[in-house]
Design a binder for this molecule. Sequence first.
Ligand SMILES: CC(C)(COP(=O)(O)OP(=O)(O)OC[C@H]1O[C@@H](n2cnc3c(N)ncnc32)[C@H](O)[C@@H]1OP(=O)(O)O)[C@@H](O)C(=O)NCCC(=O)NCCS
Length: 383
Amino acid sequence: MDKPESKAAATAKSPAGLEGVVAAESSIGDVDGINGVLIYQGYNIHDLAEHSTFEEVIYLLWHGRLPKRAELEDFRRTLSENQTLPAEVSEMIGRFPRDAEPMDSLRTAVSALGFHDSQSRDLSREGALRAAIKLTAQFPVIIATIERLRNGQEPVAPKDGLSLAANFLYMLKGEEPSEREARIMDVCLILHADHELNASTFTARVVAGTLADMYGAVTAAIAALSGPLHGGANTNVMKMLLEIEKPERAEEWLREALAQKKKVMGFGHRVYRTEDPRSTWLRKFSKEMGEARGQTQWNAILETLREVMFREKKLYPNVDYYSGSAYYLMGIPLDLFTPIFAVSRISGWTGHILEQYANNRLIRPRAEYTGPRDLSYVPIDER
Ligand SMILES: CC(C)(COP(=O)(O)OP(=O)(O)OC[C@H]1O[C@@H](n2cnc3c(N)ncnc32)[C@H](O)[C@@H]1OP(=O)(O)O)[C@@H](O)C(=O)NCCC(=O)NCCS
């Protein structure tokens, strides 16, 4: 039974949006919002972005240490062996409405994947790792399949020997990306892999905390990521750039948006009070891609908005600010930007779900009741 006194203690300082509330212990990742430092299992994100690969980072998140060479090779092979989608799921994707939001299609496909894993209810470390491998290997395939089928094209099978990042671009476009593009995508996946108890990861842990299976927890996390205040922001940043169109219009556009008290996508963060360390890398990629494609206007707009926003509101860009333009310049459709976030974040979600299963207690907070009490029931004809 609930204890009223413990509820009073719990809700006395309940901040809106659970700001600053510590709701879990985790060794996976940590965000230092004051100093702008992000670590995965002890390693600084800058070090990982400079030197590692997405596959190494997935291993790190799940196992708590970097793999040795033979372990990494084995891990890559296992991922590759688990890429094939069940035929029923590919067929189902083919029947989705052509204009469906890809995040909705991803959510539905992942939910259906659970039907085809007869061991999905095995929540042991071994069983859950097996599901994590399947999901992580299949996310890029699902998204590429969604993209190809909605355009009336045949899906492209993954190619042996390519990294997850290169394979993703290959399956999307039907041709192998340049080495540089593949590396940029690889680093983008590293940068988005984990971010402590963000809204979608918290969602995944809450669902896993009921001992629901991994497919259920990940399906819920996809829904949380799809919102414009979370992963949906990257698409909206690019829409904003396309609307502004010319660098000379950027300042006026922003002033008008602020005057109308609009939330400007790609700015602000619940935890960072300085530059988001991920955006340092993404800014570099966005600039590089813009120069390579002869489209420097997007970066010029981004820089003007950044300066004005800082002057006016002291807000910094977040991870979604520069990623959209980098993906756009790679020729990726706008509505796939958030699914790319998911291709990466599945590694963090599954890492947290593994951690939750390993030391589970149902997550069940309290609400501060603000409604009336002691009302008497009024028969329907007397109301
Ligand atoms: C990320 C976000 C949801 C964090 O929200 P939060 O911690 O609840 O912060 P708040 O919405 O309470 O914002 C605090 C203040 O900054 C302002 N602010 C925050 N982000 C802003 C933005 N993007 N544009 C304009 N003003 C913003 C708020 O209006 C508020 O000002 P006020 O105190 O004068 O009312 C919020 O910054 C946002 O909506 N950003 C845009 C969406 C986005 O880029 N999301 C991706 C996050 S990685």
